[in-house]
Design a protein. Structure first.
Length: 227
């Protein structure tokens, strides 16, 4: 009896279409999904609403305290190097002059009005948002969620006016209800409780106990020190 060659049942035949199993289909589906997700991640997110884009205004960014000046300078450099001066116009660290009274000595110092914050005048677009937000030591915009909220123009004007005042404000190291010692004038050596402060005039009202009665005395900030 002649032997007839029979095809091996374990070897796929040429031209035959393999039947995909469920594992192969799941793997292919997962690969396509991963590629689609990666593609979406590469796209710049649309963070801003239509009403916001194109509006010029003043926005507040939060920084690490003590890095306000560094953030402002770095941001100005980024604006110039990335040619964004048509979208980001001005960067301000609000400061004011203050008269500091400490240990009986008076000196004029410049202090930040809002420590940890910087003002930026800009048109908010995805590109300008990205440049400002990714400046080193910036922690975020002030606003709702990721959308910056502009501050009112009258508030900006008030801050600028405060910055432009030539006459420095007083800064002292005591407050109302603090116990202070009078170090100058007829009442030198007496102690009293601070009842009022007038920072614009640099005056303090102290309640001094004299002959069993509380007597008010209006003094210059330099005439008292915290006990």
């Amino acid at each position: 009896m002649e032997d007839h060659d029979q095809p091996d049942q374990n070897i796929p035949q040429t031209g035959a279409s393999p039947v995909p199993d469920s594992t192969t289909e799941e793997a292919a589906s997962g690969l396509l999904g991963a590629r689609a997700a990666a593609s979406e991640r590469l796209k710049k997110p649309r963070l801003l609403g239509k009403k916001q884009a194109g509006e010029r205004g003043w926005y507040v960014i939060h920084t690490y305290t003590g890095y306000e000046d560094q953030v402002a300078e770095t941001l100005r450099q980024r604006i110039e190097s990335l040619s964004m001066s048509d979208k980001i116009f001005s960067v301000i660290v609000p400061t004011e002059k203050q008269i500091e009274i400490k240990n009986g000595r008076r000196r004029t110092v410049e202090r930040k009005i809002f420590p940890g914050y910087v003002l930026v005048e800009m048109i908010v677009t995805d590109d300008s948002w990205y440049i400002v937000r990714n400046t080193p030591n910036v922690t975020g915009f002030i606003g709702l969620g990721v959308r910056p909220t502009p501050i009112p123009q009258n508030e900006v004007d008030r801050i600028k006016k405060r910055m432009g005042v030539d006459e420095p404000r007083y800064h002292i190291d005591f407050a109302e209800n603090d116990l202070v010692t009078i170090n100058d004038g007829p009442l030198k050596g007496f102690q009293g409780i601070v009842s009022e402060l007038d920072e614009d005039r640099g005056k303090v009202k102290v309640m001094v106990n004299m002959f069993g009665r509380e007597t008010p005395a209006t003094l210059d900030f330099l005439q008292v020190k915290k006990s």
